[in-house]
Design a protein around this ligand. Structure first.
Ligand SMILES: Nc1ncnc2c1ncn2[C@@H]1O[C@H](COP(=O)(O)OP(=O)(O)O)[C@@H](O)[C@H]1O
Ligand SMILES: [Mg+2]
Length: 304
């Protein structure tokens, strides 16, 4: 595997005699969406504050594109764009004025680049309106535009979907995919919501009480998502699943079948069944193995 874009080696942070982050190690690779998953109070924001240089680790090393934060702060930080908790925006100014204001502080950001990021985040129609009139999702997208103005290779977002409605979350997810897979950025996203990480991320590190307890590729775990359907023509359904998604389904009892659907959204499958004229009477999702793992790992945690 290539060199990591971001590497944390045994990072710890002690604040007022309390271990907030303990021995966290993780690696983020190029053009990947990385999830940092953990319950509230697990230490996600504290870790991110260390990565972006707002606070110093008590021990351990952080490197970004091979530049160590300790010894080459500027070299390391120059590769990062970030939003911590919520984007810093002036509500009484337009989106465009916000970006222009921010661009003044950055080198190599001209009006062409500003227009480019506005287009990327899909705000071209509203960019001249005051930020105060924006929805939360639009503010989030403007925050991302701001964070990527100077073409960082690594974008770090702390709980970016907090407060977004389902359509806002879906738009956000598409934007992140565009940035990672088409623009070649690596994206580090923290969240306390497993399903979001599962849908959006390529790999994940789970943090609990300040410790990284597990790192894994999300795909391997999504394989485990098992669905059971009851419908009038299961053998047709088996054919549809195979032709459309190469999913191997098994007929179980009368008019029932079950399959492991990987990352394919179950709604999409059900819509196709219905469009194909099948009569669907029941569909159930078993908990995925990632969900089981997360619940097992975080069991007993107090929600702060
Ligand atoms: N500056 C600080 N002083 C004391 N405790 C802190 C400080 N910053 C964070 N904590 C505590 O560390 C724990 C982890 O916080 P945080 O990193 O914000 O978690 P998360 O972002 O995962 O919800 C919490 O219990 C929080 O109260
Ligand atoms: Mg936090």
């Amino acid at each position: 595997m290539s060199e990591p874009v971001l590497e944390l080696k045994n990072i710890s942070k002690r604040i007022k005699g309390k271990d907030i982050v303990k021995d966290v190690s993780l690696s983020v690779y190029g053009s990947e969406i990385f999830g940092f998953l953990g319950p509230n109070g697990a230490g996600k924001t504290t870790t991110i504050r260390m990565i972006v240089g707002l606070i110093r680790p008590t021990s351990g090393d952080i490197s970004i594109y091979g530049h160590f934060l300790k010894s080459d702060f500027k070299g390391a930080i120059s590769n990062i764009g970030c939003i911590i908790e919520s984007p810093d925006l002036y509500k009484y100014m337009s989106g465009l004025d916000n970006l222009q204001q921010f661009a003044v502080m950055k080198n190599n950001v001209d009006s062409k680049r500003i227009a480019e990021v506005v287009e990327l985040v899909g705000l071209q129609n509203r960019i001249k309106d005051k930020v105060g009139t924006y929805s939360l999702g639009m503010r989030q997208r403007l925050g991302i535009a701001q964070a990527i103005l100077s073409r960082p290779k690594l974008l770090i977002l702390d709980e970016p979907t907090n407060g977004l409605d389902p359509s806002g979350i879906a738009e956000f997810r598409n934007l992140i995919r565009l940035l990672a897979y088409e623009e070649g950025m690596s994206v580090f996203i923290s969240s306390h919501i497993l399903s979001e990480i599962q849908l959006m991320c390529d790999s994940v590190t789970i943090i609990k009480q300040g410790k990284s307890v597990k790192s894994l590729k999300v795909n391997e775990f999504n394989q485990g998502q098992i669905i059971e359907w009851q419908l009038d023509n299961p053998s047709r359904a088996v054919g549809i699943l195979k032709d459309r998604w190469s999913i191997e389904a098994q007929m179980t009892k009368k008019n029932a079948l079950t399959a492991s659907i990987g990352v394919v959204p179950v709604d999409e499958i059900n819509s196709l069944f219905i469009n194909e004229g099948l009569k669907l009477s029941f569909c159930s999702t078993q908990r995925s193995s990632l969900e089981d793992l997360f619940l097992n790992l975080t069991e007993g945690d107090e929600i702060v």
